[in-house]
Design a protein around this ligand. Structure first.
Ligand SMILES: [Zn+2]
Ligand SMILES: [Zn+2]
Length: 179
């Protein structure tokens, strides 16, 4: 069985350390992606610390009962390595960016298409293991996006930095304040 090497959060507020496990075998609609690029986001640094500094000595705990070792990284692009029995077979070997803001799929927000608002989310690299690794297990092939003709570095960072900027622009364009 192939090995999966990860740079894991083993202790909060400490450098990441390499951990190795057997690469998971995708079940159902799951997809195993071989990671080519994973961006480092400012949120990763807060999660690594285990808290967010709110100023004036106040801290917001971000550990949320997170089980360690945990693999951070949510700006992921790579190549589909293996698919579960219920996932499309023809995507094996394809280059894909990985949408990380994955919800439970069942609550009202998820059904409305707002998985990023899901309270029982499975955000890659935030709630379940992410992309600072040789591979990442994605819950469903529907979260994989073609990115040709963009370079792989840009495709990966678009998954968070890009969406953040786009979201800000979207709220300006949709603003009803009359300005
Ligand atoms: Zn981010
Ligand atoms: Zn949900």
């Amino acid at each position: 069985m192939a090995l999966m090497r990860r740079q894991s959060l083993v202790t909060f507020d400490a450098p990441l350390r390499e951990t190795t496990i057997d690469a998971p075998k995708p079940q159902g609609r799951e997809v195993l992606v071989r990671v080519e690029r994973c961006g480092l986001c400012h949120s990763d640094l807060h999660l690594q610390d285990g808290y967010m500094d709110l100023g004036n000595g106040k801290r917001l705990d971000t550990t949320r009962g997170m089980a360690l070792p945990f693999t951070l990284g949510h700006e992921i692009a790579g190549v589909v390595d293996e698919v579960g029995p219920d996932a499309p077979k023809d995507i094996v070997g394809r280059k894909k960016a990985v949408f990380p803001w994955i919800g439970c799929g069942q609550c009202r927000d998820c059904v409305a298409g707002d998985e990023n608002l899901c309270a029982r989310n499975r955000f890659l690299g935030v709630s379940i293991d992410g992309g600072f690794a040789t591979h990442v297990l994605v819950p469903d092939a529907k979260y994989l996006l073609d990115y040709d003709p963009l370079p792989v570095n840009m495709a990966a960072t678009l998954m968070c930095s890009g969406i953040t900027a786009y979201g800000a622009l979207g709220s300006i364009l949709n603003c009803s304040c009359g300005d």
